[in-house]
Ligand binder design. Structure first.
Ligand code: GLU
Ligand code: MG
Length: 467
């Protein structure tokens, strides 16, 4: 369980007790530097790195970094809000020692996610990891609820030798095919070894549908650790690929047409160690609370899309009948509904039952996405929101009247549409707080403006190597 305590100037007492031994252990393994990682509002991973010997100083007093990155766009230009985007000010990055790990795919380096606090020792309202910690802590305190989460990762593996900017698939075999598995056998074996060495428990890894595409799924953790893990796994996938002369893309749409890269979120609510998605009196064993949690997410999905599908390229992926789940509907194991209820196999349901949110991609900041999904679900629990009827099959087949009668809506088809939904959503805005909510709005509108006049192929190309 990730610590939910905020960093404090001078260092968290538990951290100070163990940092010297950790540093010595890393140095003995030849670790020279530590990557301090966070994800910006646009969904881009940003870092500072320090020599291993500076870990104690970083744990005690943080490492400086400007808050301006909260309003960076994916192309590194900068937008502003009332409080963010100015060249003034500084923040302190505090590594989370619980998540510190030597990087098997990058010998000489370790990695840790950071929380950002102000120079006065206060929470930085633009810190997305702090936001998710707060949402999880509040849920425990106010509702007695805990969560398990896992983020699936899909990525396209390309040849490192392809001309700049272009994607040339590194495997040509059929989707889900044995040929493709053989073609990238050495790479994926090294990747499994690196992930295992880093303590990441992989459920499965397989060739996916699109050209050169693979997917890895990992075990569920508490939400903050699950978001950290998503960042770490991508760092590892990229690093191992580079050592094999490969180049990877996590972009929602590597090309304008066809199936994209998803980042489906698996989420379950737990009370006192009991999974609320199994053993209840509701549909497929859901408890009333799990149904209302799912209903809360379903009701807010159009607004959530601004957080879970934050890139102009996200809307190239979010198309019907491409398994991205673009309709506000749920169904048991239905891969075209935005919410797929995973009941698990008989005998394992109390452990495995969860809901999968499909209209999420890997441009999404995982801390923002999980925090907003949980906030939406909790609002459903508080309101006792009823879960509508389930659907089966592809909702794309419904005519307008039928869809309306079933409450099935198409999710936003563009980033500006998603932003309009998000701006009208008081529950999400309140959960995020005004600073973060305004940053999300400004960054999304900035991304939309950045691609004005581009056609779909140009949008795909603009974001192909960004995430
Ligand atoms: N690649 C699909 C997506 O964009 C998902 C495929 C799957 O169901 O695993 O979400
Ligand atoms: Mg998949």
């Amino acid at each position: 369980m990730t610590t939910l305590a905020d960093p404090v100037p001078g260092g968290r007492p538990g951290d100070l007790r163990r940092v010297a031994a950790l540093t010595a252990g890393l140095a003995a393994r030849g670790v020279r530097g530590i990557v301090l990682a966070y994800v910006d509002t646009a969904g881009v991973g940003r870092v500072k790195t320090i020599p291993t010997a500076r870990l104690e100083a970083a744990v005690s007093w943080g490492v400086g970094m400007s808050p301006v990155f909260d309003t960076f766009l994916a192309d590194d230009s900068i937008v502003t809000t009332d409080v963010l985007g100015s060249p003034d000010g500084d923040l302190r990055l505090y590594p989370d020692l619980d998540q510190l790990v030597a990087l098997a795919g990058q010998p000489g380096w370790a990695w840790a996610p950071v929380d950002r606090i102000t120079q006065d020792g206060e929470r930085h309202p633009g810190c997305t990891r702090t936001f998710l910690r707060r949402i999880v802590a509040d849920a425990a305190e106010r509702h007695g609820l805990a969560f398990k989460a896992a983020i699936e990762i899909e990525w396209a593996v390309g040849l490192g030798s392809a001309p700049a900017g272009e994607f040339a698939p590194a495997a040509r075999g059929p989707a889900y095919g044995a040929i493709r598995q053989v073609e990238l056998s050495d790479y994926t074996a090294d990747l499994l070894a690196a992930l295992a060495e880093q303590g990441v428990d992989v459920d499965q890894i397989h060739p996916e549908y699109a050209a050169g595409q693979f997917e890895v799924s990992v075990g569920a953790l508490d939400p903050v650790a699950a978001a950290d893990r998503s960042v770490l796994v991508r760092q590892t996938i990229r690093a191992v690929a580079q050592r094999h002369g490969l180049r990877v893309s996590f972009a929602p749409a590597v090309f304008a047409e066809g199936v994209g890269n998803g980042g489906h979120v698996h989420l379950s609510c737990w009370r006192d160690g009991v999974n609320l998605h199994a053993g209840g009196a509701g549909r497929y064993g859901m408890t009333a609370e799990a149904e209302s949690f799912a209903a809360g997410v379903l009701a807010r999905l159009p607004a959530l899309t601004a957080v879970t599908a934050p890139s102009p390229a996200s809307y190239l992926r979010l198309k019907p009948s491409q398994w991205a789940g673009v309709f506000t509907a749920w169904g048991r194991e239905t891969r075209e509904a935005a919410l797929r209820m995973v009941t698990g196999t008989a005998g394992r349901r109390d452990q495995d039952a969860n809901m999968e949110v499909k209209p999420v991609d890997l441009a999404a900041n995982p801390y923002l996405a999980l925090g907003c999904l949980i906030a939406a679900g909790l609002d459903g629990v508080t309101a006792g929101r009823p879960l509508p009827e389930e659907i089966t099959g592809d909702p794309a087949r419904f005519g307008g009247d039928e869809a309306a009668a079933l409450g099935v809506r198409r999710l936003p088809t563009s980033l500006p549409q998603a932003v309009a939904e998000f701006r009208a959503d008081e529950v999400l805005r309140t959960a995020l707080g005004p600073v973060l909510a305004d940053a999300v709005t400004a960054v999304r509108l900035g991304e939309a403006a950045a691609v004005e006049g581009l056609d779909d192929a140009q949008v795909a190309a603009a974001y192909r190597w960004t995430y």
